[in-house]
Design a protein around this ligand. Sequence first.
Ligand SMILES: Nc1ncnc2c1ncn2[C@@H]1O[C@H](COP(=O)(O)OP(=O)(O)O)[C@@H](O)[C@H]1O
Ligand SMILES: [Mg+2]
Ligand SMILES: [Zn+2]
Length: 464
Amino acid sequence: MPRKKRTRYVCNHCGWESSQWLGVCGSCSRWNTLDEVPVPEADGQKVHKSRLRPDGREALKPMSLDEIPVSEADRITTGMGELDRVLGGGMMPGSFVLLGGDPGIGKSTLALQWVSLLAGEKALYVSGEESLAQIRQRAQRLGVHPAHLHLYTETEIMQIVETARKEKPGLLIIDSIQTVYHSALQSMPGTTAQIRECAALLMQLAKQENITVIAIGHVTKEGDLAGPRILEHMVDTVLQFEGDKQSHHRILRTLKNRFGPAQEVGIFEMDNGGLREVANPSEIFLSEFDPSVSGNAVVCSLEGTRPLLIEIQALVTPTSYGMPQRTASGFDHRRLSLLLAVLEKRCGWQFGQHDVFLNVAGGLKLSETACDLGVASALVSSLSGNAAGEPLVMIGEVGLGAEIRRVVQLERRLDEAEAMGFRHAIVPSGYRGDGRKLKVSAVARVKDALRISGLDGQGPVANN
Ligand SMILES: Nc1ncnc2c1ncn2[C@@H]1O[C@H](COP(=O)(O)OP(=O)(O)O)[C@@H](O)[C@H]1O
Ligand SMILES: [Mg+2]
Ligand SMILES: [Zn+2]
């Protein structure tokens, strides 16, 4: 009896699976996201099974901790400090790294430099995006000539896996995951089904052969990695470029890492010779900071394990017609609305008839609430037209009552501020440290911070 052709339905947003078609995804509740995916005929079972056990060993048995080979010592440092940092202190052999970012931001460049930094590791660079000549041209421009690099323009995943098993490179680059496909699947390269299957096979390869796999991935307009969410869950490490291509600086952020801290950032400079690490990142985020101009404030954000000083710019202008605008770049929109509401209700500063633009210098995305006080100060500074006049760093979370709440690792933030030559910091009350070179004002309320910094001028009439 001929076997019935098997299909399943996979959500192209979150990767949820169903045996029948449904209008709404059972996991993420999005409508019309289920795609029909044929199960590969010949080895469908095998493919599926192998995904459940990516290291592919036949009989797995429980082990005690002592029996497990320790791997921390195996970490390979690339010698490029900022790259090692985002990897959690170097590259873990056998890990699967997803490298994402906008087109033209420097993914292929970084991958090629990465290869050339690891001269001891044989590398296989699989390119489905560029011709061999283009890659050679780039290598010439970057001034790298890695003899240990082998280029390959195959895009069929089984061929790639087979070649990698034969060649046994230490490093396998897939440029990009959207261009590879499994011939047993009928869907186009780049679709949910293809990306899932290819990634599962690459994961298996990485773990079985101890090959570090670096898969390059595109991002969508919204800034998410293209392809199913499940891809991010499958890999060990997700590195993503953020910020814009216009600037010379490139920010590489660790969105996920099974081998190190997440949210770590690496800062690079891009020029003809490729990516170069930036020795003192706070310097570039402050390069245009001028304390005599209103609307500016400096915050200290903990990015991963490193405190960075970053300039916040606000522009508050009377609305000329219609609804007031609120625009934030590098800062959460809802958090901005919340801070504006707090300033209005608790501190008496009225933004209702004003457009508000907020920008984080350098293209960094801030997510730490410790930046609240600096953002609030920049907003008031622009509205009032008063500037602090001295290099001042603002550290603190703002609560709904306009109280300033404590933040983690205050000492390390102050160390960084001192190292960058700041002479005054405003921090949450309760700070007891002394013996610092910089003056520390510990305050309980946003109003006090604005008064001490002189940003409020005469001060508005409070109405809380
Ligand atoms: N011939 C060149 N001369 C100088 N810079 C170049 C040249 N070609 C590309 N670049 C730079 O490298 C960037 C492309 O980097 P690339 O690694 O190809 O990006 P991605 O792989 O993320 O799409 C371009 O945005 C450009 O700034
Ligand atoms: Mg590329
Ligand atoms: Zn879904």
